[in-house]
Design a protein around this ligand. Structure first.
Ligand SMILES: C[S@@+](CC[C@H](N)C(=O)[O-])C[C@H]1O[C@@H](n2cnc3c(N)ncnc32)[C@H](O)[C@@H]1O
Length: 512
């Protein structure tokens, strides 16, 4: 009688290593039982006597073994997906990220979005529906919504676009009505949405090499959710690097909550933006990309390797509140987070949790609690710019201006180029009607950054309010000169996200 194949621990480990290497998929301890069954079933199916021979077959670089990899991957991955999965993140896309991208791209009318690990298609179709809702003249846009997935079987399912009622468990009936046609018990996506999509079979782990024949490049937004959960930290880091290269400057990456939170070095080049619904990662603007690349290249040549690694650990969170005209009405719901450069941080996961707690307390206006919490944290991390900013801003909000000033000054001792503290000081001194000090800070801003739109514009306002029209005009002229060098659709975060175009029009009226 023929012996049944069995898998010993040593061979199982060899399979696990080969699979990580080839696909990035990490077989976790809790899944070992089902993993053993998969390997034994495939060994039987291909009529090998034992898993060792199946292993040798998989290690070959021939067409047949490639085909077998596709089958094995089907067994190892899960294709669970449905429309508008995670309503919070889709809200974030609908209300902030997509409108920002649409605004940014309104001149070229070209937008490239990728759903990485799209499974059977609900995720990219949901993105297409959002875009259709948000862009009235969508037919005049050059849109690409690309789905990429390692699983070749899902391609046909996604292309057909026919789904069971269960896939719509998070979909408003009117959206289902508007974009789908009932076919028996199933629903088919309408053609006007379908034609916005393209699908590709692609292994994210190997995608760097495949990029020539792929549309997966120059992407404005990558959505990759419920995919990283399968990967080892090393593979996640590799994929993040691939994603970074696939993104356009200022492009976004949205992952499932907390899926890559323990990544430090893989995320160093990304900015982090924390919204009420989710954290999202952003590739920096073009000039910052150039700066960072040059900086990293210089670091590599100037310092020993361990020092560079040490530097990469400094990627903490720098929290920039949405600016507002009035300190007491500062917006605390929406926080942008970008990598900071001067702090050595505790693990990110702690920061994020602390920031979430602080945000919640601020929303509830529990100022005493939040102040106490921040004082305690700052006891441990006295030079952490994030917490210093929160505390200074909270003091400003409750009218404890001297405390706010003290913490701003301390932060500026730590990093005298952390401009948000100057902006806060300007607000505080204005509130205190300290003209001399307000002006001193504004002068310092333009001394440190001769191209500061904020600095010249605010100085213009300062003189204007004090009846010195001649000096005000000069400052506004200087502001206009700087604005001339910037793209029209660029937003100026420290001036309530006013666009360059809007501010230029406003100033042209003032100076003429
Ligand atoms: C659970 S589904 C997620 C579907 C969708 N993103 C969502 O959140 O609803 C995971 C998908 O990741 C794909 N995947 C796993 N490893 C991959 C790899 N190395 N390259 C590309 N796709 C991969 C799987 O084939 C599967 O379709």
């Amino acid at each position: 009688m023929k012996k049944e194949p069995s898998l010993n621990i040593h061979t199982r480990d060899k399979f696990r290593q080969l699979i990580v290497q080839k696909t990035g998929l990490e077989i976790r301890e809790q899944n070992l039982g089902s993993f053993d069954n998969i390997i034994i079933n495939r060994t039987r199916k291909l009529r090998f006597d034992e898993p060792e021979n199946y292993f040798i077959f998989l290690s070959l670089h021939c067409h047949d073994s490639q085909k077998e990899w596709e089958e094995l991957v089907l067994e190892l991955t899960n294709n669970e997906s449905y429309f508008f999965r995670d309503q919070g993140q889709f809200k974030l896309l609908e209300e902030h990220i997509l409108p920002e991208l649409i605004k940014r791209k309104k001149i070229t009318k070209s937008l490239r979005i990728c759903s990485a690990g799209y499974s059977t298609g609900p995720e990219p179709y949901s993105l297409a529906i959002l875009l259709k809702e948000l862009i009235p003249d969508i037919q005049t846009w050059n849109l690409l919504i690309l789905g990429v997935d390692i699983n070749h079987e899902v391609l046909e399912v996604a292309r057909k676009g026919v789904y069971s009622p269960w896939s719509f468990r998070r979909v408003a009936p009117e959206i289902k009505e508007k974009y789908f046609t009932k076919k028996g018990e199933q629903y088919q996506i309408n053609n006007d949405i379908k034609k916005l999509l393209k699908f590709e079979v692609c292994n994210l782990v190997e995608n760097e090499q495949n990029s020539k024949k792929s549309d997966f490049l120059d992407i404005d937004l990558i959505v990759c959710r419920n995919v990283f959960i399968y990967f080892s930290q090393k593979t996640i880091k590799k994929i993040l690097n691939i994603f970074y290269n696939k993104l356009q400057p200022s492009g976004y990456l949205l992952t499932g909550h907390a899926e890559i939170i323990s990544q430090n070095s893989g995320l160093i080049k990304f900015k982090k933006k924390l919204f009420a619904q989710s954290l999202i990662y952003q590739k920096p603007k073009l000039d910052e990309v150039i700066k960072t690349t040059t900086l990293l290249a210089n670091q590599k040549s100037l310092y020993p390797v361990n020092q560079v690694v040490k530097n990469t650990k400094k990627s903490g969170l720098d929290v920039i509140p949405k600016p507002s005209k009035n300190i007491s009405k500062r917006n605390i719901n929406l926080l942008e987070v970008k990598p900071k450069n001067k702090e050595i941080s505790s693990p990110e996961i702690d920061h994020l949790k602390e920031i979430e707690d602080i945000k919640m307390l601020l929303q509830k206006r529990s100022y005493n609690l939040v102040t106490q919490k921040l004082i305690n944290i700052l006891d441990k991390f006295p030079n952490d710019l994030n917490y210093l900013y929160f505390l200074a801003e909270t003091y400003a909000n409750i009218g404890k201006y001297e405390q706010a000033i003290k913490h701003c000054n301390h932060a500026l001792d730590v990093d005298n180029l952390s401009f948000k503290f100057y902006y806060l000081l300007v607000d505080v001194y204005q509130e205190k009607k300290e003209d001399e000090l307000t002006k001193r800070i504004l002068d310092k801003i333009i001394y440190l950054n001769a191209n500061s739109v904020y600095g010249y514009f605010k100085l213009g306002n300062f003189y204007q309010d004090r009846g010195n029209a001649k000096k005000a005009k000069k400052m506004y002229h200087n502001t206009l000169k700087i604005l001339d060098t910037l793209p029209n659709n660029q937003q100026i975060a420290e001036l309530n996200d006013l666009s360059v175009e809007e501010l230029s029009i406003k100033l042209s009226n003032l100076v003429n």
